[in-house]
Design a binder for this molecule. Structure first.
Ligand SMILES: Nc1ncnc2c1ncn2[C@@H]1O[C@H](COP(=O)(O)OP(=O)(O)OP(=O)(O)O)[C@@H](O)[C@H]1O
Length: 253
């Protein structure tokens, strides 16, 4: 991953004073109540916390999928919270890979098309998009599945396709919300191993998870409680580029 010249100290992502209240059927839900956060290039940050704490809302705000009521967001030191929907969509293609629990794959497109589509939308020539797709699917152990439809794949395979789709444009930032939420232990290990591998190459990751095992792959763990950051710990002994794959491989069912 290449850094922009001269930006050595600029965080990939910065948020200040984020507030978001959902107004649904019942009482307003104060999901995010004043969050300051800065994520450095190459960091792997896990956000954990109880159900309803506001973790997913925070991730949606950071990815421009929901708008904050208050506060500001910078991506690579560019103020982003005032962007239009269209601008966010364009910038997401370039800067932010997003993986959700429910895969966000297009069910009537093949695996190959699902992965290539974001690259083509971002303006990559078809040949390059194909080469990127081939490389990623190979790396994720999905070579030979290009023509399959998402519904023909296992949960773990679908999750890996979603990861390939999110990474095909080499986004500086990967936002992942419970990326192994529906998977068994083996699937969780696979996802962890892949996230660790990309992190080791410099991929910046913000991961929302309930799963302590997934969080243990990160080099910084944020505990989210009642819409706020309750704790923000850089794990001791963690080298700058993360703990690496050894910790991941120690996982057992
Ligand atoms: N679109 C919405 N409309 C109304 N309320 C919402 C909406 N999205 C989230 N909420 C509420 O906001 C609060 C925070 O939800 P959020 O999904 O961000 O929490 P979470 O920590 O990610 O939970 P989980 O771990 O269960 O996914 C909850 O009370 C939830 O019910």
């Amino acid at each position: 991953m290449s850094a922009t010249p001269g930006d050595g100290s600029a965080p990939v992502l910065r948020a200040e004073g984020l507030v978001k209240t959902h107004h649904g059927e019942g009482a307003p839900a104060h999901a995010v109540r004043g969050v300051d956060l800065s994520v450095r290039r190459g960091e792997f940050v896990a956000v954990t916390g109880p159900s309803g704490a506001g973790k997913s809302t925070l991730l949606h705000l950071l990815g421009g999928l929901q708008r904050p009521d208050e506060g500001s967001i910078w991506l690579d030191d560019v103020r982003a919270d005032g962007w239009s929907e269209a601008r966010w969509a364009v910038e997401r293609r370039k800067r932010i890979g997003i993986v959700f629990q429910f895969f966000n794959l297009v069910s009537n497109l093949s695996v190959a098309d699902n992965v290539e589509l974001p690259a083509l939308l971002a303006g990559l020539p078809p040949k390059r998009a194909r080469a990127e797709r081939e490389a990623l699917l190979g790396e994720l152990g999905l070579a030979g599945k290009e023509r399959s439809m998402p519904g023909e794949l296992s949960g773990g395979e679908q999750q890996r396709v979603a990861l390939a789709r999110a990474l095909v444009n080499h986004p500086p930032l990967l936002l992942a919300d419970e990326p192994a939420g529906s998977l068994d232990s083996k699937g969780t290990r696979e996802v962890m191993r892949l996230l660790s591998r990309f992190h080791q190459r410099g991929q910046t990751i913000v991961l929302v998870t309930h799963d302590a095992r997934l969080a243990s792959a990160a080099d910084r763990v944020i505990s989210f409680f009642d819409g706020r950051i309750a704790d923000d710990a850089t794990l001791e002994g963690t080298p700058a580029r993360g703990k690496g794959i050894s910790g991941v491989l120690e996982l057992r069912d």
